[in-house]
Design a protein around this ligand. Structure first.
Ligand code: GDP
Length: 407
């Protein structure tokens, strides 16, 4: 059965990167809630979060194991790979980064860029993972978006592109002005749904000034935007959105949003930004591998020979589950795969999509998917699984190349 490639365009394989305590688990939790994947909001402090499902992890209150969770937003499937923020788990972060197409870097609005956020950021740079930034905890005393953005500019990236202006501060943080659409979003309930309206009069001048700063920064980095800016002295919303998407994907700019995950403020715009700016599996370069000293390239094509990378093995009550990123081809339940590392052939008994609190059985998984395979006995994190008729070894050669530059 031919898979519609346009389905792949609606997939986002996403990681959330952060210094410990910046709010990664809370953001993940709110994503699952906003997307209807869970109906009860879990809280980190009472141990009910659904991504940290290992009891040891709950006890320690930090994310130790990378769990993959799938959710839907605005017609898109978002596969969330939960990467550990703790420095002791750098290997696991590294492995997770290999399978991501994009990431959200979460920062604390009081602390700004912290050492671990910096080291994870550098790792993501090495893997060429496009990122957007979320400055969290704007409700905290001492929170300051501008200062956090300055620390991003000074320590991580020369071109933060701030697309929101906060409304209110600290305890009075109630909403944002969306500088792309020039509309206000105000959260007055606890469920994360914003009431949209015009830009408040008292913020109109500041919002226009910041929109101008954003337009100038984008025009400086993006040739098509520059052309429009020079011709008309302003950027239209479609040009601005397209330029922000290009700059995110090339890594030339970093879109910055803000909010308070704990108070459920800013989550829906963040999901919208994931869909608008971060790449799908079709937008990233073909993955590279080797076979008998010859380089192989595999694009995200469901019709190509099967190739996947295992990035996490969970042995739990449901048996041994091997989390894989499928890079090319299609795999069906009952198929056999070859592990060139061990020379073994293994049979895939079941294919599962990992939701927060349950697993959904699938008949097949295609290029671009992140799924768990049950029935594999010897594959480990880092194993390549491929079609025995078209062998290749992915891991040593999974080196991200720069995404094609903006035309
Ligand atoms: P992680 O270590 O990055 O996964 O961070 P957590 O999501 O576990 O959050 C760390 C602590 O910060 C927890 O006690 C959260 O309740 C709290 N927290 C998370 N987001 C916010 C926020 O927006 N505002 C405030 N005030 N606290 C938050």
């Amino acid at each position: 059965m031919r898979t519609n490639l346009s389905n792949l365009a609606a997939v986002r394989n996403l990681g959330i990167l952060a210094h410990v305590d910046a709010g990664k688990t809370t953001v993940t939790e709110r994503f699952l809630y906003a997307t209807g994947t869970t109906h009860k909001r879990g809280e980190v402090h009472d141990g009910t979060t659904v991504t940290d499902f290992d009891p040891q992890e709950r006890d320690r209150g930090i994310t130790i194991f990378a769990a993959a969770v799938s959710c839907g937003w605005d017609g898109h499937r978002i596969n969330l790979i939960d990467t550990p923020g703790h420095v002791d788990f750098a290997d696991e972060v590294e492995r997770s980064l290999r399978v991501l197409d994009g990431a959200i870097a979460v920062f604390d609005a009081v602390a700004g860029v912290e050492p671990q956020s910096e080291s994870v950021w550098r790792q993501a740079d090495r893997h060429g993972v496009p990122r957007i930034a979320f400055v969290n905890k704007l409700d905290r005393a001492g929170a300051d978006l501008d200062r956090a953005v300055d620390s991003i500019r000074e320590r991580l990236h020369p071109a933060p592109l701030v697309v929101q202006l906060p409304i209110g501060a600290e305890d009075g943080f109630t909403g944002v002005v969306d500088l792309v659409r020039m509309r206000s979003l105000v959260w007055d309930g606890g469920d994360g749904t914003a009431v949209e309206g015009p830009v408040p009069e008292e913020l109109a001048v500041e919002a226009r000034r910041r929109r101008r700063v954003l337009e100038e920064a984008v025009a400086e980095l993006h040739p098509a935007a520059l052309e429009e800016f020079c011709a008309r002295s302003v950027l239209s919303e479609p040009t601005l959105v397209a330029a922000l998407r290009d700059l995110t994907r090339t890594g030339d700019g970093v879109v910055v949003l803000c909010g308070s995950a704990y108070r459920n403020r800013g989550i829906e715009p963040l999901l919208d930004a994931v869909v608008a700016y971060l790449p799908s599996p079709l937008d990233v370069p073909a993955v590279r591998g080797v076979h008998e000293d010859t380089e192989q390239r595999r694009a995200a094509d469901p019709e190509a020979p099967f190739a996947a990378l295992a990035f996490k093995v969970n042995a739990g009550s449901t048996g041994r589950l091997t989390c894989v990123r499928v890079y090319s081809g299609t795999i069906e339940k009952g198929d056999t795969v070859w592990d060139p590392g061990t020379g073994r052939t293994e049979r895939v008994a079941r294919i599962l999509r990992l939701m927060a609190d349950r697993h959904v059985q699938l008949d097949r998984a295609v290029a671009g998917d992140i799924v768990a395979l049950a029935g594999l006995k010897s594959a480990r994190a880092g194993s390549t699984l491929c079609d025995a008729g078209a062998p290749l070894l992915l891991e040593p050669a999974v080196v991200a190349e720069p995404v094609v530059s903006v035309a």
